[in-house]
Design a protein around this ligand. Structure first.
Ligand code: ASP
Ligand code: MG
Length: 437
């Protein structure tokens, strides 16, 4: 490996490490990269591990039994390793086992300290982060079996504040740490594997960057280390105009600008975490979205480019809730009232996806969380009459035309709709409740 060879960043999401076959496939993709310069690999937690850890944490916090769930999670990791065991020698098998022994024992210890007397979100980060710690050590050991690969703990590299569950990056410190520590590691081995989704505070506490935040990690690393490109390996052919799980006849964009992608991610396109694009756009680092099922295929290049009008993109967000506020003294919805409502929403950390106001009422569409909604109601109940509907979906059509609106709204009862020059959005009752689970 040459010292000056440009760095590439690969990000593998949960689906690309979900079982033994997926991990074999990952190894194959990394092998294909061969000695083409240093490679920094970011991995998510295996399969649905983050959801499982969220459940385990909630149980621990509410003092419910969590042992069966924890045992299932551990068995899943260890069985995957066992299935892969014939692929490698005993040193690798032992390294993987040691990784699991140490990490699960740290997780058990951490769970034993969970207390309802301390803040939920802070403790959440200490537990839910274990998914990536497990998967990254596992993947590093598997790769190291065939070519030198090192594991790096990004909690000591990506410095954040204490905004638990959505920590904000201290860019200067992070860049300083990464530039000091990663190049020597990469020079030594050519491949470094680290965790997506995680950061660490000045006092050494673990933070998370927001659900699905591993893409963002890849962008942070690429930005700070001036990488040549970032590749996100997905189970779809590239950036599509809709999620094929919910929409038929999807179309892949061969190339698309940063700007368009930021907007799609903002509206909830699940393919890329919304914070990912900006750092890459600033440094003009191209983001490649490729299929791990067909690694040779073209995929999508997200970069600085001009293109004509794109085909309409359909974006669906489920688990939505529509909250409406009416002031109790029948005054109009005024700036003063809105200030109070916005303040309470921010305090409850409920993000507004869509809003609309009329003379006496104001409505917002947010993700549904009973815990956060309770917080909101507690603050606003006295001043406002509040109604809310749950089990809703928010649809956005970006670059809409009459036909696409007709196609998507047919047969649905719209509870709220809004149209701007390029986007059409509406909220309706969920029609995919089973599919959305
Ligand atoms: N494992 C985390 C999650 O599922 C982060 C990620 O996958 O990007 O949200
Ligand atoms: Mg994931």
């Amino acid at each position: 490996m040459q010292e000056s060879a440009p760095l590439k960043v690969y990000k593998f999401g949960g689906a690309s490490v979900k079982d033994a076959a997926a991990i074999r496939n990952l190894r194959h993709i990394v092998q294909q990269h061969g000695g083409h310069g240093p490679l920094l690999i970011v991995v998510s937690a295996m399969g649905k591990t983050t959801n499982a850890l969220e459940d385990i944490f909630r149980r621990a916090y509410e003092q419910e039994e969590y042992t069966p769930q924890l045992e299932r999670l551990e068995a899943f990791h260890r069985e995957t390793a066992r299935e892969l065991a014939p692929d490698f020698g005993s040193t690798t098998a032992a390294a993987i086992e040691q990784g699991f022994d140490e990490t699960f024992s740290a997780l058990r210890h951490q769970l034993s300290t969970v207390s309802a007397a301390r803040e939920y979100d802070e403790q959440y980060d200490q537990i839910v982060s274990f998914g990536e710690l497990l998967s990254s050590r596992f993947v590093a050991a598997v790769l190291n079996d065939q070519q030198p690969a090192r594991w790096a703990d990004c909690r000591t590299l990506i410095r954040t504040d204490e905004n638990w569950r959505e920590a904000r990056v201290d860019w200067d410190l992070t860049a300083e740490k990464l530039r000091a520590e990663l190049p020597p590691l990469l020079q030594e081995t050519g491949i470094v594997v680290t965790q997506g989704f995680l950061g660490g505070t000045a006092s050494g506490q673990t933070t998370t960057l927001g659900r699905e935040g591993s893409d963002y990690t890849a962008a942070i690393l690429a930005y700070c280390l001036n990488a040549e490109s970032v590749t996100i390996w997905k189970d779809v052919a590239g950036l599509l105009n809709a999620d094929p799980k919910f929409f038929p006849d999807t179309v892949r964009y061969p190339e698309i600008s940063y700007q368009e992608t930021i907007e799609m991610a903002y509206y909830g396109a699940s393919v890329i975490h919304p914070k990912t694009i900006k750092p890459l756009a600033v440094r003009r680092i191209p983001l490649l979205v490729k299929s791990f099922l067909d690694p040779g295929a073209e995929g999508t290049v997200i970069h600085d480019c001009r293109h004509g009008l794109l085909v309409p993109a359909f974006i669906r967000k489920d688990g939505q809730c529509l909250i409406s506020f009416e002031s109790k003294d029948l005054t109009f919805i005024s700036e003063e009232n809105l200030e109070v409502i916005f303040g309470a929403l921010a305090q409850a950390r409920l993000k507004i996806h869509l809003m609309q106001n009329s003379a006496i009422s104001f409505s917002v569409c947010t993700d549904f969380s009973s815990y956060r909604l309770e917080k909101l109601l507690a603050v606003l109940r006295e001043q406002f009459t509040i109604h809310y509907n749950t089990g809703l979906e928010l649809y956005t059509i970006k670059n809409y035309d009459a036909e696409s609106i007709q196609r998507l709204t047919a047969g649905r009862e719209l509870l709220l709709e809004q149209r701007s020059r390029q986007t059409f959005q509406f909220v309706c009752r969920s029609s995919h409740q089973e599919a959305a689970q």
